[in-house]
Design a protein around this ligand. Structure first.
Ligand code: CTP
Length: 398
Protein backbone atom coordinates (compact mmCIF):
# COMPACT_ATOMS: atom_id res chain seq x y z
CA UNK A 1 0.00 0.00 0.00
CA UNK A 2 2.84 2.43 0.70
CA UNK A 3 4.79 1.46 -2.42
CA UNK A 4 6.38 4.61 -3.86
CA UNK A 5 4.71 6.93 -1.34
CA UNK A 6 6.86 9.83 -0.21
CA UNK A 7 6.80 10.17 3.55
CA UNK A 8 8.48 12.99 5.40
CA UNK A 9 9.02 11.93 8.98
CA UNK A 10 9.48 14.73 11.49
CA UNK A 11 11.13 13.75 14.78
CA UNK A 12 11.09 16.01 17.83
CA UNK A 13 12.80 15.87 21.22
CA UNK A 14 10.95 13.21 23.16
CA UNK A 15 12.04 9.93 24.68
CA UNK A 16 9.60 8.24 22.28
CA UNK A 17 12.02 9.18 19.48
CA UNK A 18 13.58 5.74 20.01
CA UNK A 19 10.45 4.32 18.34
CA UNK A 20 11.12 6.41 15.22
CA UNK A 21 14.02 4.13 14.33
CA UNK A 22 11.64 1.18 14.08
CA UNK A 23 9.06 3.39 12.34
CA UNK A 24 11.51 4.30 9.57
CA UNK A 25 12.32 0.61 9.09
CA UNK A 26 8.64 -0.31 8.81
CA UNK A 27 7.91 2.49 6.34
CA UNK A 28 10.86 1.57 4.14
CA UNK A 29 9.89 -2.12 4.32
CA UNK A 30 6.36 -1.18 3.21
CA UNK A 31 7.86 0.38 0.08
CA UNK A 32 7.74 4.05 1.07
CA UNK A 33 10.41 6.58 0.25
CA UNK A 34 11.31 8.19 3.57
CA UNK A 35 13.05 11.45 4.37
CA UNK A 36 13.66 12.45 7.96
CA UNK A 37 13.70 15.97 9.37
CA UNK A 38 14.70 16.41 13.02
CA UNK A 39 14.58 19.22 15.55
CA UNK A 40 17.88 19.97 17.31
CA UNK A 41 16.51 18.44 20.53
CA UNK A 42 15.61 15.19 18.75
CA UNK A 43 19.32 14.58 18.08
CA UNK A 44 19.82 14.10 21.84
CA UNK A 45 17.52 11.08 21.72
CA UNK A 46 18.38 9.38 18.43
CA UNK A 47 21.22 9.89 15.99
CA UNK A 48 20.91 11.19 12.43
CA UNK A 49 23.39 8.49 11.37
CA UNK A 50 21.01 5.68 12.41
CA UNK A 51 18.08 7.38 10.70
CA UNK A 52 19.91 8.23 7.49
CA UNK A 53 21.18 4.65 7.24
CA UNK A 54 17.70 3.19 7.68
CA UNK A 55 15.89 5.75 5.52
CA UNK A 56 18.64 5.62 2.85
CA UNK A 57 18.43 9.41 2.65
CA UNK A 58 20.39 12.21 4.31
CA UNK A 59 18.69 13.41 7.48
CA UNK A 60 17.67 17.07 7.44
CA UNK A 61 18.39 19.01 10.59
CA UNK A 62 19.49 22.57 9.87
CA UNK A 63 17.97 25.51 8.05
CA UNK A 64 21.50 26.63 7.20
CA UNK A 65 24.38 24.27 6.73
CA UNK A 66 27.61 26.25 6.36
CA UNK A 67 26.94 28.12 3.15
CA UNK A 68 23.90 26.23 1.92
CA UNK A 69 20.26 26.72 2.79
CA UNK A 70 17.82 23.81 3.20
CA UNK A 71 14.89 24.38 0.87
CA UNK A 72 12.08 23.63 3.29
CA UNK A 73 9.47 24.64 0.70
CA UNK A 74 10.60 21.97 -1.73
CA UNK A 75 10.96 19.37 1.06
CA UNK A 76 7.36 20.09 2.06
CA UNK A 77 6.21 19.84 -1.54
CA UNK A 78 8.12 16.63 -2.14
CA UNK A 79 6.12 14.72 0.46
CA UNK A 80 2.79 12.92 0.00
CA UNK A 81 2.39 13.12 3.75
CA UNK A 82 4.29 14.63 6.65
CA UNK A 83 4.20 12.51 9.80
CA UNK A 84 5.54 14.11 12.96
CA UNK A 85 6.24 11.29 15.41
CA UNK A 86 6.90 11.82 18.22
CA UNK A 87 5.41 15.28 18.58
CA UNK A 88 6.70 16.94 21.74
CA UNK A 89 4.75 19.43 23.80
CA UNK A 90 7.18 22.15 22.78
CA UNK A 91 6.87 21.58 19.02
CA UNK A 92 3.09 21.26 19.40
CA UNK A 93 2.97 24.71 21.01
CA UNK A 94 5.13 26.16 18.25
CA UNK A 95 2.95 24.58 15.54
CA UNK A 96 -0.15 26.00 17.21
CA UNK A 97 1.29 29.50 17.12
CA UNK A 98 3.13 29.49 13.82
CA UNK A 99 6.62 29.69 15.26
CA UNK A 100 9.44 28.85 12.94
CA UNK A 101 12.79 28.50 14.69
CA UNK A 102 14.02 25.26 13.13
CA UNK A 103 13.90 23.32 9.88
CA UNK A 104 11.12 20.97 11.01
CA UNK A 105 8.81 23.90 11.78
CA UNK A 106 9.73 25.74 8.58
CA UNK A 107 8.94 22.58 6.63
CA UNK A 108 5.66 22.08 8.51
CA UNK A 109 4.59 25.66 7.79
CA UNK A 110 5.32 25.30 4.10
CA UNK A 111 3.99 21.73 3.66
CA UNK A 112 1.18 21.45 1.12
CA UNK A 113 0.55 17.77 1.91
CA UNK A 114 -1.56 16.40 4.81
CA UNK A 115 0.23 16.61 8.15
CA UNK A 116 -0.30 13.90 10.76
CA UNK A 117 1.10 14.08 14.27
CA UNK A 118 1.61 11.44 16.93
CA UNK A 119 2.10 13.22 20.25
CA UNK A 120 4.12 11.79 23.11
CA UNK A 121 4.32 13.35 26.55
CA UNK A 122 3.78 12.75 30.20
CA UNK A 123 0.22 12.42 31.45
CA UNK A 124 0.05 15.72 33.30
CA UNK A 125 1.45 17.59 30.33
CA UNK A 126 -1.00 15.79 28.05
CA UNK A 127 -3.97 16.92 30.15
CA UNK A 128 -2.73 20.48 30.71
CA UNK A 129 -5.26 23.00 29.36
CA UNK A 130 -2.61 24.61 27.15
CA UNK A 131 -1.83 21.24 25.51
CA UNK A 132 -5.54 20.55 25.03
CA UNK A 133 -5.98 24.00 23.47
CA UNK A 134 -2.91 23.66 21.25
CA UNK A 135 -4.11 20.27 19.98
CA UNK A 136 -7.49 21.78 19.14
CA UNK A 137 -5.75 24.62 17.35
CA UNK A 138 -3.56 22.45 15.16
CA UNK A 139 -6.56 20.23 14.35
CA UNK A 140 -8.56 23.30 13.35
CA UNK A 141 -5.77 24.03 10.84
CA UNK A 142 -6.56 20.68 9.22
CA UNK A 143 -3.82 18.55 10.80
CA UNK A 144 -4.60 15.03 11.96
CA UNK A 145 -3.75 13.89 15.46
CA UNK A 146 -3.18 10.20 16.20
CA UNK A 147 -4.26 9.93 19.84
CA UNK A 148 -1.81 8.93 22.55
CA UNK A 149 -2.19 5.65 24.38
CA UNK A 150 -2.36 4.68 28.03
CA UNK A 151 0.68 2.90 29.38
CA UNK A 152 4.00 3.18 31.13
CA UNK A 153 5.52 6.62 30.75
CA UNK A 154 9.13 7.81 30.89
CA UNK A 155 8.41 9.41 34.27
CA UNK A 156 7.65 5.98 35.71
CA UNK A 157 3.98 6.88 35.98
CA UNK A 158 1.23 4.95 34.25
CA UNK A 159 -1.32 6.91 32.25
CA UNK A 160 -2.18 8.74 29.03
CA UNK A 161 0.66 10.08 26.93
CA UNK A 162 2.45 7.18 25.23
CA UNK A 163 2.98 7.62 21.52
CA UNK A 164 1.08 5.08 19.42
CA UNK A 165 3.28 2.13 18.42
CA UNK A 166 5.08 2.32 15.03
CA UNK A 167 2.95 -0.54 13.63
CA UNK A 168 -0.20 1.42 14.47
CA UNK A 169 1.17 4.59 12.93
CA UNK A 170 1.91 2.79 9.67
CA UNK A 171 -1.56 1.22 9.72
CA UNK A 172 -3.18 4.59 10.42
CA UNK A 173 -1.56 6.47 7.57
CA UNK A 174 -2.15 3.54 5.21
CA UNK A 175 -5.87 3.38 6.08
CA UNK A 176 -6.47 7.11 6.17
CA UNK A 177 -4.34 8.39 3.34
CA UNK A 178 -3.32 5.64 0.98
CA UNK A 179 -6.22 3.22 0.55
CA UNK A 180 -8.79 3.64 -2.21
CA UNK A 181 -11.46 6.12 -1.15
CA UNK A 182 -14.54 6.86 -3.26
CA UNK A 183 -14.45 10.57 -2.41
CA UNK A 184 -10.70 11.05 -2.78
CA UNK A 185 -9.96 14.34 -4.52
CA UNK A 186 -13.47 15.70 -3.79
CA UNK A 187 -14.02 18.82 -1.76
CA UNK A 188 -17.00 18.85 0.57
CA UNK A 189 -18.70 21.62 2.48
CA UNK A 190 -20.80 20.74 5.53
CA UNK A 191 -22.76 23.07 7.79
CA UNK A 192 -23.63 22.14 11.36
CA UNK A 193 -25.11 23.43 14.57
CA UNK A 194 -27.36 26.38 15.31
CA UNK A 195 -26.82 30.04 14.55
CA UNK A 196 -27.13 32.76 17.16
CA UNK A 197 -28.75 36.05 16.18
CA UNK A 198 -27.74 38.85 18.51
CA UNK A 199 -30.46 41.00 20.09
CA UNK A 200 -28.07 43.08 22.19
CA UNK A 201 -24.53 42.47 23.54
CA UNK A 202 -25.77 39.78 25.96
CA UNK A 203 -28.83 38.14 24.35
CA UNK A 204 -29.46 36.20 21.21
CA UNK A 205 -32.08 34.12 19.39
CA UNK A 206 -30.89 30.54 18.98
CA UNK A 207 -32.14 26.98 18.80
CA UNK A 208 -31.40 23.58 20.36
CA UNK A 209 -29.29 22.12 17.54
CA UNK A 210 -26.21 20.38 19.00
CA UNK A 211 -24.34 20.02 15.72
CA UNK A 212 -23.97 16.23 16.22
CA UNK A 213 -25.48 15.27 12.85
CA UNK A 214 -23.31 17.68 10.85
CA UNK A 215 -20.16 16.61 12.69
CA UNK A 216 -20.93 12.93 12.01
CA UNK A 217 -21.44 13.73 8.31
CA UNK A 218 -18.19 15.72 8.12
CA UNK A 219 -16.29 12.83 9.71
CA UNK A 220 -17.84 10.24 7.39
CA UNK A 221 -17.05 12.32 4.28
CA UNK A 222 -13.48 12.64 5.50
CA UNK A 223 -13.29 8.89 6.14
CA UNK A 224 -14.41 8.32 2.55
CA UNK A 225 -11.57 10.50 1.28
CA UNK A 226 -13.12 13.95 0.86
CA UNK A 227 -11.36 17.15 1.79
CA UNK A 228 -13.90 18.57 4.21
CA UNK A 229 -14.65 22.09 5.41
CA UNK A 230 -17.11 22.21 8.29
CA UNK A 231 -18.79 25.57 8.75
CA UNK A 232 -20.21 25.37 12.25
CA UNK A 233 -22.33 27.58 14.40
CA UNK A 234 -21.81 27.45 18.18
CA UNK A 235 -21.45 23.71 18.82
CA UNK A 236 -22.72 21.97 21.91
CA UNK A 237 -20.83 18.79 21.43
CA UNK A 238 -17.15 17.92 21.81
CA UNK A 239 -15.44 17.87 18.45
CA UNK A 240 -11.86 17.27 17.48
CA UNK A 241 -11.47 18.37 13.90
CA UNK A 242 -8.81 15.74 13.03
CA UNK A 243 -8.17 16.47 9.37
CA UNK A 244 -11.38 18.43 8.86
CA UNK A 245 -11.08 22.17 8.30
CA UNK A 246 -13.29 23.89 10.85
CA UNK A 247 -14.69 27.36 10.23
CA UNK A 248 -16.47 28.71 13.31
CA UNK A 249 -19.28 31.17 12.77
CA UNK A 250 -21.98 32.60 15.01
CA UNK A 251 -24.77 34.18 13.01
CA UNK A 252 -26.72 33.17 9.90
CA UNK A 253 -25.10 35.97 7.92
CA UNK A 254 -21.59 34.77 8.91
CA UNK A 255 -22.54 31.23 7.93
CA UNK A 256 -23.88 32.50 4.61
CA UNK A 257 -20.64 34.40 3.85
CA UNK A 258 -18.44 31.41 4.77
CA UNK A 259 -20.53 28.97 2.68
CA UNK A 260 -20.67 31.25 -0.35
CA UNK A 261 -16.88 31.27 -0.39
CA UNK A 262 -16.25 27.57 0.29
CA UNK A 263 -18.91 26.50 -2.24
CA UNK A 264 -16.93 28.13 -5.09
CA UNK A 265 -14.49 25.22 -5.07
CA UNK A 266 -16.67 22.50 -3.49
CA UNK A 267 -17.82 19.35 -5.30
CA UNK A 268 -20.55 18.65 -2.80
CA UNK A 269 -22.28 20.48 0.01
CA UNK A 270 -24.44 19.13 2.81
CA UNK A 271 -26.40 21.76 4.70
CA UNK A 272 -27.31 20.23 8.03
CA UNK A 273 -27.17 23.41 10.12
CA UNK A 274 -30.29 24.69 11.82
CA UNK A 275 -29.93 28.20 10.46
CA UNK A 276 -32.10 30.90 12.03
CA UNK A 277 -34.84 31.91 9.63
CA UNK A 278 -35.16 35.39 11.15
CA UNK A 279 -32.73 37.81 12.73
CA UNK A 280 -33.30 41.10 14.60
CA UNK A 281 -33.49 44.08 12.25
CA UNK A 282 -30.97 45.84 14.45
CA UNK A 283 -28.69 44.73 17.28
CA UNK A 284 -29.03 47.12 20.23
CA UNK A 285 -25.59 48.58 20.96
CA UNK A 286 -26.16 48.44 24.74
CA UNK A 287 -27.98 45.91 26.93
CA UNK A 288 -31.73 46.45 26.55
CA UNK A 289 -33.20 47.55 29.88
CA UNK A 290 -36.45 46.17 31.28
CA UNK A 291 -39.09 48.89 30.99
CA UNK A 292 -42.49 48.19 29.42
CA UNK A 293 -44.70 45.15 30.14
CA UNK A 294 -44.54 44.01 26.56
CA UNK A 295 -41.58 44.14 24.26
CA UNK A 296 -41.61 43.98 20.48
CA UNK A 297 -38.63 42.80 18.53
CA UNK A 298 -38.64 43.37 14.80
CA UNK A 299 -37.15 40.49 12.84
CA UNK A 300 -36.16 40.18 9.24
CA UNK A 301 -35.63 37.04 7.15
CA UNK A 302 -32.08 35.68 6.95
CA UNK A 303 -30.64 34.64 3.60
CA UNK A 304 -31.46 31.03 2.82
CA UNK A 305 -28.00 29.54 2.32
CA UNK A 306 -29.19 26.29 0.74
CA UNK A 307 -31.44 28.15 -1.69
CA UNK A 308 -28.71 30.59 -2.61
CA UNK A 309 -26.22 27.76 -3.31
CA UNK A 310 -28.95 25.87 -5.22
CA UNK A 311 -29.50 28.94 -7.38
CA UNK A 312 -25.92 29.08 -8.53
CA UNK A 313 -24.80 25.47 -8.39
CA UNK A 314 -23.02 23.99 -11.38
CA UNK A 315 -24.09 20.69 -12.94
CA UNK A 316 -21.07 18.97 -11.43
CA UNK A 317 -21.89 20.07 -7.89
CA UNK A 318 -24.04 17.96 -5.57
CA UNK A 319 -26.18 19.83 -3.07
CA UNK A 320 -27.91 18.18 -0.12
CA UNK A 321 -30.30 19.87 2.28
CA UNK A 322 -32.13 18.83 5.40
CA UNK A 323 -35.74 19.28 6.33
CA UNK A 324 -36.88 19.14 9.91
CA UNK A 325 -40.65 18.94 10.02
CA UNK A 326 -43.45 18.35 12.47
CA UNK A 327 -46.41 17.97 10.07
CA UNK A 328 -47.02 16.99 6.46
CA UNK A 329 -43.37 15.94 6.34
CA UNK A 330 -43.21 14.37 2.88
CA UNK A 331 -44.81 17.30 1.08
CA UNK A 332 -42.65 19.87 2.84
CA UNK A 333 -39.52 17.84 2.07
CA UNK A 334 -40.44 17.54 -1.61
CA UNK A 335 -41.27 21.25 -1.68
CA UNK A 336 -37.80 22.10 -0.30
CA UNK A 337 -36.13 19.81 -2.86
CA UNK A 338 -37.78 21.80 -5.62
CA UNK A 339 -37.70 25.32 -4.14
CA UNK A 340 -34.03 25.13 -3.12
CA UNK A 341 -32.86 23.27 -6.25
CA UNK A 342 -31.20 20.59 -4.10
CA UNK A 343 -30.20 17.15 -5.39
CA UNK A 344 -31.26 15.47 -2.18
CA UNK A 345 -33.28 16.37 0.88
CA UNK A 346 -32.78 14.45 4.10
CA UNK A 347 -35.99 14.54 6.09
CA UNK A 348 -36.19 14.05 9.80
CA UNK A 349 -39.50 14.34 11.51
CA UNK A 350 -39.83 15.45 15.09
CA UNK A 351 -42.73 12.99 15.29
CA UNK A 352 -40.34 10.05 15.08
CA UNK A 353 -39.03 8.83 18.42
CA UNK A 354 -35.27 9.34 18.72
CA UNK A 355 -35.07 11.90 15.90
CA UNK A 356 -34.14 15.56 16.03
CA UNK A 357 -32.11 17.95 18.17
CA UNK A 358 -30.00 16.68 21.03
CA UNK A 359 -30.57 12.94 20.45
CA UNK A 360 -27.69 10.62 19.63
CA UNK A 361 -29.98 8.87 17.15
CA UNK A 362 -31.91 9.98 14.09
CA UNK A 363 -34.48 8.56 11.67
CA UNK A 364 -34.35 9.85 8.13
CA UNK A 365 -35.94 9.56 4.72
CA UNK A 366 -33.94 10.66 1.69
CA UNK A 367 -35.75 12.29 -1.26
CA UNK A 368 -33.86 12.56 -4.52
CA UNK A 369 -34.33 14.58 -7.68
CA UNK A 370 -35.08 11.52 -9.79
CA UNK A 371 -38.04 10.70 -7.52
CA UNK A 372 -36.25 8.09 -5.40
CA UNK A 373 -37.38 7.95 -1.82
CA UNK A 374 -35.34 5.92 0.66
CA UNK A 375 -36.50 5.27 4.23
CA UNK A 376 -34.07 4.31 6.96
CA UNK A 377 -34.58 2.93 10.48
CA UNK A 378 -33.70 4.82 13.65
CA UNK A 379 -29.92 4.64 14.00
CA UNK A 380 -27.04 6.36 15.72
CA UNK A 381 -26.14 9.68 14.11
CA UNK A 382 -22.85 8.12 12.95
CA UNK A 383 -24.75 5.30 11.17
CA UNK A 384 -27.17 7.85 9.68
CA UNK A 385 -24.20 9.87 8.42
CA UNK A 386 -22.87 6.72 6.76
CA UNK A 387 -26.26 6.09 5.09
CA UNK A 388 -26.33 9.66 3.76
CA UNK A 389 -22.75 9.59 2.47
CA UNK A 390 -23.17 6.09 0.98
CA UNK A 391 -26.30 7.28 -0.84
CA UNK A 392 -24.37 10.25 -2.22
CA UNK A 393 -21.52 7.99 -3.34
CA UNK A 394 -23.79 5.45 -5.08
CA UNK A 395 -25.91 8.15 -6.69
CA UNK A 396 -23.19 10.55 -7.87
CA UNK A 397 -19.71 9.09 -7.53
CA UNK A 398 -19.97 5.35 -8.20
N1 CTP B 1 -31.32 26.53 5.48
C1 CTP B 1 -30.35 27.41 5.05
N2 CTP B 1 -30.45 28.74 5.32
C2 CTP B 1 -31.48 29.21 6.02
C3 CTP B 1 -32.50 28.33 6.49
C4 CTP B 1 -32.37 26.99 6.19
O1 CTP B 1 -29.39 26.97 4.41
N3 CTP B 1 -31.54 30.52 6.29
C5 CTP B 1 -31.19 25.12 5.12
C6 CTP B 1 -31.00 24.18 6.29
O2 CTP B 1 -29.63 24.01 6.61
C7 CTP B 1 -31.61 22.90 5.74
C8 CTP B 1 -32.72 23.39 4.82
O3 CTP B 1 -32.37 24.74 4.51
O4 CTP B 1 -30.70 22.17 4.96
C9 CTP B 1 -34.10 23.36 5.36
O5 CTP B 1 -34.16 23.98 6.61
P1 CTP B 1 -35.52 24.03 7.41
O6 CTP B 1 -35.31 24.84 8.65
O7 CTP B 1 -36.12 22.66 7.55
O8 CTP B 1 -36.45 24.79 6.42
P2 CTP B 1 -36.65 26.26 6.06
O9 CTP B 1 -36.25 26.47 4.65
O10 CTP B 1 -36.01 27.16 7.06
O11 CTP B 1 -38.23 26.39 6.09
P3 CTP B 1 -39.26 26.23 7.32
O12 CTP B 1 -38.53 26.69 8.55
O13 CTP B 1 -40.37 27.12 6.91
O14 CTP B 1 -39.64 24.80 7.36
Amino acid sequence: MLEGKKILLGITGSIAAYKSVHLVRLLVKAGAEVKVVMTPAAKDFVTPLTLSTLSRNPVLTDLFDGQSWANHVMIGRWADIMLIAPLSCNTLAKMAHGQCDNLLLATYLSATCPVVVAPAMDEDMWHHPSTVKNLQLIQSFGNTVIPVEKGELASGLFGDGRMAEPEQLVQYITDHFFSAKPLAGRKALVTAGPTYEAIDPVRFIGNHSSGKMGIAIAKELYRQGAEVTLVAGPLHTAFSANGIKLVNVTSASEMYAACEEVFNTADLAIMSAAVADYTPVAKAPEKIKKKEDTFHLELTKTKDILKSLGGRKKKSQVLVGFALETTDERNYALGKLEAKNADMIVLNSLNDAGAGFGYDTNKITIFQRDGKEIRFDTKSKEAVAKDIVDTIITSYYA
